[in-house]
Design a protein around this ligand. Structure first.
Ligand SMILES: [Mg+2]
Length: 158
């Protein structure tokens, strides 16, 4: 069995800048934030890395996006030329901070597999993965959004 290379989506592959405004200000509109996801641009650095990893590894996508945008997310990955792979999403009703929710999903995904690398852009998520012993590649190509970071870690929605 080939090792796994695991990719986060938002901020690694998908350019979310056009929809972060839904999370700024006092009233965050999570519905609008996720509904706009099909219009995300592509981070070419992320695509290049995924294509390179797919030569040696099975690919999986591990995202804090909720299950209700699974179909749109799969379609987006295919449209943008990303390799086929399992898509693991935040479970319905799971509002824990991303660092907790995603680490649990990762540990489940890693059972019986060798994880070659996991690529994510969220500092807290990367710290949690590393503390659990995983090899992390910190994606630094997307401009960091404080509003998004706070929303992911404090509201536990994405
Ligand atoms: Mg991300």
């Amino acid at each position: 069995m080939r090792p796994l290379a695991i990719f986060d989506i938002d901020g690694v592959l998908a350019d979310v800048r056009h929809r972060v405004h839904h999370l700024e200000g006092r009233r965050k509109d999570w519905g609008a934030f996720f509904q706009a996801a099909p219009r995300d641009g592509l981070h070419p650095e992320g695509l290049a890395l995924a294509l390179e990893a797919a030569r040696e590894c099975d690919i999986a996508y591990l995202t804090g996006r909720p299950e209700w945008i699974r179909a749109e997310t799969s379609a987006w990955l295919a449209t943008h030329g990303l390799p086929d792979g399992d898509l693991v999403m935040r479970r319905r009703g799971d509002h824990r901070p991303a660092a907790q929710a995603k680490l649990q999903l990762l540990e489940h995904l890693a059972v019986g597999r060798t994880v070659a690398v996991i690529v994510d852009d969220d500092v807290d998520v990367c710290d949690a993965y590393e503390a659990a012993g995983f090899a992390v590649l910190r994606a630094a190509w997307a401009p960091r959004s404080e509003a998004l970071h706070v929303a992911q870690e404090e509201d536990g929605r994405t």
